[in-house]
Design a binder for this molecule. Structure first.
Ligand code: SAH
Length: 281
């Protein structure tokens, strides 16, 4: 379910514009994340969306003349990926000096006001990824007391759990991946938090309801496709924080948000990843 293809693209001659254009082309055919470097870009696509014929076709129509693009694909199994992740990367982390995220297998845990226990299993959201950190910082900086919160693309539910610890009245946590939903339920239990409702699905899991705060850390394409449904769950004064994309994606996200009547408030950045804040006036 979480299996991916990692595709390495070498671009010759390489320039930022050439890799940006390539990423835009790939995003159109389902690629979700891009790690550019000075020789090209490494991109990730869910295995089910990897279509070599389509890829060749798109590359043959690559719009910049005189640039050659070669590629090599490798399979990345979700389970292995996650095991590696747990073993190597998931150490306790402190966000904003106020919040520590750690797992049940950690022994040396720094003290902080908010202590969040996460057993990541196969779900994304340990706090190590820049986008999770940016979202956790947004939550720490927001007054959530008595507010209703939507944690869209909840993964481990780390954002929803911290939101409840920070006094949110209620949280709805939604994820399209059943492993994430299972893991979210487990983590909510581990932290003894109540008032978090977990739902399996995408935007169809949203009802006619409204939230004071929405946190959606997914990816550029899904946010662009689904933002209308998030906005339908906002009322005057509601805020939405969106992450899962790069600085260069901001204009697209901003344009869609403004098209849907939101006001762009600003953004925070970490290693080129961003979290954007918009408001409904
Ligand atoms: N909120 C966590 C996890 C983010 S990872 C954090 O901030 O760290 C993104 C999550 O979005 C994944 O768990 C993925 O399964 C989920 N997702 C992907 N597409 C989605 C969609 N269309 N609707 C809801 N969730 C989605």
């Amino acid at each position: 379910m979480n299996d991916y293809m990692q595709v390495r693209f070498d671009v010759e001659p390489c320039s930022e514009m050439a890799t940006d254009v390539l990423a835009a082309v790939l995003a159109e055919i389902g690629y979700e994340s891009f790690v550019p470097d000075e020789r090209g870009v490494t991109a990730f696509v869910p295995q089910g969306k990897y279509d070599e014929t389509r890829l060749k076709e798109e590359l043959s129509q690559y719009p910049i003349g005189g640039v050659s693009v070669t590629y090599e694909a490798t399979f990345v199994a979700g389970r292995d990926w996650n095991e590696e992740w747990e073993k190597n990367y998931f150490k306790p982390i402190v966000v904003g000096d106020e919040c520590v995220i750690h797992s049940t297998f950690h022994t040396d845990i720094p003290q902080a006001r908010y202590d969040v226990l996460i057993d990541p299993k196969m779900a994304f959201g340990t706090g190590h990824h820049e986008t999770t950190t940016l979202m956790l910082q947004a939550i720490l900086a927001s007054d959530l007391t008595g507010r209703s919160v939507l944690d869209m693309g909840c993964g481990t539910a780390v954002l929803g759990i911290l939101a409840r610890m920070k006094g949110a009245a209620s949280v709805v946590a939604v994820d399209i991946d059943e492993f994430a939903v299972e893991n979210a339920i487990e983590n909510i239990r581990l932290n003894h938090v109540s008032g978090v409702e977990v739902r399996l699905g995408g935007i169809e899991a949203l009802k006619q309801e409204s939230f004071d705060f929405i946190f959606a850390n997914i990816n550029r394409n899904i946010l662009l496709a689904d933002m209308h449904a998030y906005v339908a769950c906002m009322k005057r004064g509601s805020r939405i924080f969106m992450s899962g994309f790069y600085v260069e994606d901001i204009p697209f996200i901003r344009a869609e948000a403004e098209h849907l009547g939101l006001r762009f408030v600003g953004y925070a950045e970490k290693n080129r990843w961003v979290a954007v804040e918009c408001m409904s006036d």
